[in-house]
Design a protein around this ligand. Sequence first.
Ligand code: C5P
Length: 221
Amino acid sequence: MIIAIDGPAGSGKSTVAQLIASRLNFKYIETGSMYRAVAWKAQQAGIDPGDTERVAEVARTISIEFQPGAERQKVMVDGEDLTPVLKTETIGRLAAIVAANKAVREIMVAQQQNMGQNGNAVMDGRDIGTVVFPDAEKKFFLVADQKERAQRRHEEIKAKHPEVTFERIYEQLQQRDYEDENREVSPLVPAKDSIRLDTTQMNIDDVVAQMIEMIGPVHSQ
Ligand code: C5P
């Protein structure tokens, strides 16, 4: 069984996806961190994120793995734990630029399909229900008010990055939403057969409880 969870930045996807995966004893594949890893590596190499050829080369050679962590799952990039550095909104913005690169998407989508091929996986992103696993058994599309999403992101990172203001995050998020919704390749759109959940007024536990109920009984393979 594949559970696809798509939606814009800060809609709660990664938190609920991780909780659902651990409740069901499924693998959790956070596809956003894969685009973030490519963006981070390109940045480290001094490559312009808009340089399609060179960024595609980064995507072709990068190794991305998910490993269990104490609290959250770890993202290992070329053997290095990059979990904390990938989460910044600056890397998020760069990720949105490299994610518009067709060659990068092809490479990442193939890797994601490979990671999920044995089933029993929760995968979150922007195009899981539409492109990566269009036949996923359950598809969710999480949304939330833009201010609320920026607020959540701010809460998440303010301890580590006190210099980043709410206004700055709000602005970056607006821009990222615009880019994700308007790019030519795999723009952010809900799959026709997805269940839409507005999480603006909901807490995480309620969202998870509702989704688990909608998923229903799970038969392991
Ligand atoms: O989900 P997250 O905010 O970590 O994703 C970072 C960026 O990666 C998104 O803004 C989007 O541009 C891109 N992305 C994507 N397709 C996915 C997951 C993420 O294009 N499946």
